[in-house]
Design a protein around this ligand. Structure first.
Ligand SMILES: [Zn+2]
Length: 95
């Protein structure tokens, strides 16, 4: 069944508004780590970023911004590690 209403979300990298299914959802379980979520149906505070390296680089450039977004205090090494793991994923485009 096709859903008529695809939610629109803002990429935290380029700030463009896109259909949610074109974006990667990032969550911060228990405020301790960052995780990428394939399913967008799970509840909780989420952030969205395009499947592109430049958006991921931009989104994670400032750890403070990520922390503000999720209202947490992650160390920059946790944030950088997550960024690098995202950049290695096959679904990420090179542009
Ligand atoms: Zn983007």
């Amino acid at each position: 069944m096709k859903r008529a209403n695809i939610p629109i979300r803002t990429c935290i990298g380029c700030r463009h508004k896109l259909e949610q299914n074109n974006l990667i959802r990032i969550v911060c379980p228990k405020g301790e780590s960052l995780e990428m979520q394939e399913s967008t149906k799970l509840p909780g505070r989420g952030a969205y970023v395009c499947r592109s390296k430049s958006c991921i680089q931009e989104a994670f450039k400032a750890p403070k911004r990520i922390n503000a977004l999720f209202r947490v205090h992650l160390s920059s090494s946790v944030i950088n590690e997550f960024k690098n793991s995202l950049l290695e994923k096959e679904i990420i485009a090179d542009e």
